[in-house]
Write a protein that binds this ligand. Structure first.
Ligand code: ADP
Length: 154
C-alpha cells in the first residue's frame, strides 16, 4: 500500500520552514499532499488561488508532491485522499502543546490516521507565516524566509 501523508496548513504564505519539512518528509512517504485549509469566511493575506499558484510552481518537477485545498475537518480530508499520515512541523514548545491536543483529538476521530511530527531546523524555527505577512504588509523584503524558487503574490 502506498504511504500517503497530508501536510495541512494555511500556508499564508508557504515558507522556507514548510519547504524544509516537505523535503525531509519526502523519503518517508510515497506521496505528500500539501493541503491548504481554506475557510471562505476567514480572510487570508494571499488568496487561495495565489497560494495554489505559488506553491504549485515549487513542486512542478516533484511527482511525489501534490497540492490540494479543503474546507472542513482535516481527518475527513485525509480519508478522502486515502492518506494514513498527517504531517506537521514543530518549532517551539507552544507548537508542541497546540499540536499535541489536535493530534490526540484527530486520533480520537480517526484512529487509522497517524500524526507524524518533523522538528524544525534551528535556522528556520523562528520563521512563521504571520511574521512574513507582517514584513510584507509594511513593504519589507521577506525573500530570505521564502523558498528560493517562489514568486510572491502571483
Ligand atoms: P496552521 O495555520 O495550520 O498552523 P501553518 O501554515 O502555519 O498552518 O503551518 C503548517 C504546519 O507547518 C504546522 O504544523 C506548523 O507548525 C508547521 N510550520 C510552520 N512553520 C514552520 C517552520 N518554520 N519550521 C517547521 N515547521 C513549520
Amino acid at each position: 500500500m502506498q504511504k500517503i501523508a497530508v501536510f495541512p496548513g494555511s500556508f499564508d504564505p508557504f515558507t522556507k520552514g514548510h519547504e524544509n519539512v516537505i523535503s525531509r518528509a519526502l523519503p518517508l512517504f510515497d506521496k505528500i499532499c500539501i493541503a491548504i485549509g481554506h475557510n471562505s469566511e476567514k480572510k487570508s493575506f494571499f488568496t487561495l488561488e495565489q497560494r495554489l499558484t505559488m506553491i504549485g510552481r515549487l513542486y512542478l518537477d516533484e511527482s511525489k508532491v501534490v497540492l490540494d485545498y479543503y474546507d472542513g475537518l482535516t481527518v475527513d480530508f485525509c480519508k478522502k485522499v486515502g492518506a494514513q499520515y498527517l504531517l506537521r512541523g514543530l518549532r517551539t514548545s507552544a507548537d508542541f502543546e497546540f499540536e499535541r491536543s489536535i493530534a490526540q483529538i484527530n486520533r480520537k476521530m480517526n484512529s487509522e490516521i497517524e500524526t507524524i511530527f518533523i522538528l524544525a531546523v534551528p535556522e528556520f524555527a523562528p520563521v512563521s507565516s504571520s511574521i512574513i505577512r507582517e514584513i510584507l504588509r509594511y513593504g519589507g523584503d521577506a525573500s530570505q524566509f521564502l523558498p528560493d524558487k517562489m514568486i510572491i503574490g502571483v
